[in-house]
Design a protein around this ligand. Sequence first.
Ligand code: HEC
Length: 158
Amino acid sequence: MKFTKIVVAALAVGLTGAAMGQVVGKAEDQIRWRQSAYQTMAWNMTRIKANVEGTYNKDQVVQAANVIQAIATSGMGALFQPDTNAGKGWRETNVKPEFFKPESKDELGKIAGAYIKEAKEMASVAANGDAAAVKAQFGKLGESCKACHDKFRKEEKK
Ligand code: HEC
């Protein structure tokens, strides 16, 4: 149990070990890339929402869910190196200092692990389920985004 937790945390945050591969990008690049990745997820969440609220188009929902799954499983935890706790990408970062604290590691691992699980499930439900199932899974996935934002992201600066 404990071992599983540590592995999940390491995968989710992606900061440890040769298995995670090379760290690339300067701090400002990493911030820019992660902001872009999150915006790309927001685009695709919005597409899924439009489909469950309007006329349902399975192909579009599959496209959108696959993008979210790909980003969730991309290892983008590597874009949170310690020197990215402050600074500017496309704009001032909204990451909270708590994200980088060793005592947050377990909770961050749990939150990130849950989001990765829901993103994979979203792709599977998009491929195999009906609009009602997609709507339900969309709710769960959205909650998993919010769980991290509530804890680890500052209020949006306008
Ligand atoms: C593991 C934590 C975590 C999860 C899970 C997460 N986010 Fe975020 N999100 C953040 C952090 C941290 C930032 C701030 C990034 C920065 O400014 O450096 C952010 C920023 C954003 C932004 C603003 C990007 C910008 O332009 O600055 C959007 C939009 C967003 N997230 C959408 C989502 C969506 C949609 C999901 C779920 C599909 C999601 N996030 C899941 C942590 C998370």
